[in-house]
Ligand binder design. Structure first.
Ligand code: SF4
Length: 220
């Protein structure tokens, strides 16, 4: 089952022995094939006009846990990967800490409600995605969900819940890592709550009884 510690070069500072590393920034993105090519050139909504990169996601496919955040920010737009800025530090540390405490690291794929950075102008501030933008990007989430086949979906913050709750009513939710960063980051009470919630979810995903009760897993 799990996969634990000691690690050099691991973004989470753990050693799960998974190869290829599900968090190496690319994971098994190549397996996305045609879907990847299609969405990386997408112009379904106005967010395509100011983006540098479509941020499809990162992690392993398939994966037990699909995390869905809000939208790419400036760093993510520049790099083409989700959660590589300050919020990524909080998320990565939180995953690592929760995995240590749960003694289980599920396979994870991370994406956002929209694939392109919402901003009003070049070099502008981030903003929340509009309803129409999330709607335009829904088929991307739908295709990813079918590829990832997650046992659990986790919303990171209010925005994915606002846009995707009707499609995934059983999804879990935690605070967005960017909010935790603003609330004091890794030393804050918000971070401890975040880690505890992730720990509980990781334990569920590593528990054969929980998997059996939900009707089995795609990943055993
Ligand atoms: S946000 Fe989604 S729908 Fe809009 S252009 Fe980007 S990938 Fe396409």
């Amino acid at each position: 089952m799990s996969k634990m510690p000691s690690a050099s070069g691991c973004p989470f500072k753990i050693n799960c022995n998974q190869k290829p590393c599900p968090f190496d920034g690319h994971g098994r993105l190549g397996e996305l094939g045609e879907m990847q090519t299609h969405w990386l050139n997408c112009e379904r909504c106005g967010l395509s006009k100011l983006r540098r990169h479509v941020v499809l996601g990162r992690g392993e496919i398939p994966a037990q846990l699909l995390m869905i955040g809000e939208a790419p920010g400036k760093s993510e737009d520049l790099r083409g990967e989700p959660f590589v800025g300050v919020s990524g530090i909080v998320l990565n540390h939180g995953i690592a800490r929760a995995a240590e405490r749960a003694e289980f690291l599920p396979t994870i794929y991370i994406t956002n409600t929209v694939g392109c950075r919402p901003t009003e102008r070049a070099h502008g501030e981030n903003r929340e995605p509009e309803y129409e933008e999330a709607l335009a990007c829904w088929p991307r989430i739908q295709e990813l969900e079918q590829l990832v086949m997650p046992d659990m979906i986790l919303f990171l913050g209010n925005e994915p819940e606002r846009h995707l709750k009707p499609q995934f009513p059983w999804a879990e939710k935690v605070r967005h890592p960017a909010m935790i960063a603003r609330a004091g980051g890794l030393g804050s009470g918000e971070y401890r709550i975040f880690v505890r919630k992730l720990e509980d979810l990781f334990k569920q995903l590593g528990d054969p009884k929980w998997i059996a009760a939900k009707g089995g897993s795609y990943h055993v």
